[in-house]
Design a protein around this ligand. Structure first.
Ligand SMILES: Nc1ncnc2c1ncn2[C@@H]1O[C@H](COP(=O)(O)OP(=O)(O)OP(=O)(O)O)[C@@H](O)[C@H]1O
Length: 299
């Protein structure tokens, strides 16, 4: 079953389209990374999916229903981000009790164990927590709610390295024990790629790529060697990224559609084939220039 279906989804702010005909589906019980550059519309998209804002046009379905102001989808969806609002008069332990009354799959034991593990004082108030502690508490709510659709928008903002690692481990363990549909928006694909099954990459308000992480790792290949030789292999290929390495060596990333024979010939000519990390590929694909920041310094 598809938990999320978007078809030609657009969202405009002041007549300017942020989402521009976004089409994709997400199946149930998968962990998908929502990846895109700053300002591409990730938060806008997850707010639409969580029913907090309304699309401008196109179709959006969550659990086969329109999510905006929808009680069914909101009871089965949680959006964890740094804008989560909690009643300021309630202490942390009271917030857990309120959450328990709202989310049907809430696991109070897990929430309390995590609260203790991360050394929270249950009598503290949410608005007095530091940035990293706020993210950690919000993540506890996100995990313990066990919502069928769990959306995490930049969930590790402000967390230190140790807490980030604990968070991803906790997420993975709980997901394996209680599979659900998880959508994680993050700038740090390298940090989350080990736990992802799929990657949804957006650019210019559209789906640029929606692949399994294993396919993404083999989607492209880098060629490195003498510039003239590498250039020969770039003819009639769409070069995704290229960088001069040293005086006469070129590093170029292309779609990996080489045959075995092609590769053997290139290797004989001195070209080295280097795997491209999924996180690097996403950066290259979403760059507006082929050489990244180096282009700024080229004249
Ligand atoms: N309420 C709003 N009113 C007007 N413009 C908005 C509003 N919310 C977002 N935008 C604009 O929409 C664009 C997309 O913003 P959004 O926050 O969805 O991007 P994002 O991909 O989550 O960015 P980041 O990675 O930097 O968090 C930005 O140009 C932003 O300025």
């Amino acid at each position: 079953m598809n938990v999320i279906e978007c078809n030609g989804l657009t969202k405009a702010y002041f007549r300017k389209n942020v989402l521009n005909g976004l089409t994709f589906t997400i199946e149930e019980n998968k962990i998908t990374g929502l990846i895109g550059r700053n300002g591409v519309g990730k938060t806008t998209l997850v707010k639409i999916l969580a029913g907090l804002i309304k699309e401008t046009s196109g179709e959006v379905r969550v659990f086969e229903q329109h999510p905006f102001n929808n009680l069914y989808t909101s009871a089965n969806t949680i959006l964890v981000d740094d804008q989560m609002f909690f009643p300021p008069a309630l202490q942390l332990h009271e917030l857990l009790e309120v959450a328990q009354s709202f989310y049907p799959n809430w696991d109070m034991e897990l929430a309390q164990r995590l609260l203790q593990y991360f050394s929270f004082d249950p009598s503290h108030y949410h608005q007095t927590l530091s940035k990293g502690r706020t993210s950690t508490f919000n993540m506890i709510i996100g995990l313990a709610s066990r919502c069928s659709l769990t959306i995490l928008d930049e969930p590790t903002t402000g967390m230190d390295e140790a807490v980030r690692k604990d968070f991803y481990r906790a997420l993975m363990k709980d997901y394996l024990a209680h599979p659900r549909t998880i959508l994680i928006s993050s700038h740090h694909l390298n940090e989350i790629e080990d736990i992802l099954e799929d990657v949804l990459l957006i650019k210019n308000g559209k789906t640029l790529l929606h692949e399994s992480i294993s396919d993404l790792k083999e989607w492209a290949i880098a060629l490195q060697g003498a510039s003239t030789v590498v250039q020969k292999w770039l003819v009639e290929r769409n070069c995704i990224f290229q960088r001069q390495v040293g005086k006469d060596t070129l590093y170029a990333v292309v779609r990996d559609d080489f045959t075995k024979e092609n590769k053997e010939e290139a290797l004989r000519g001195g070209v080295e084939f280097i795997p491209v990390k999924a996180s690097d590929l996403c950066v290259y694909l979403t760059n507006d220039t082929k050489g990244g920041i180096d282009d700024v310094f080229e004249r």
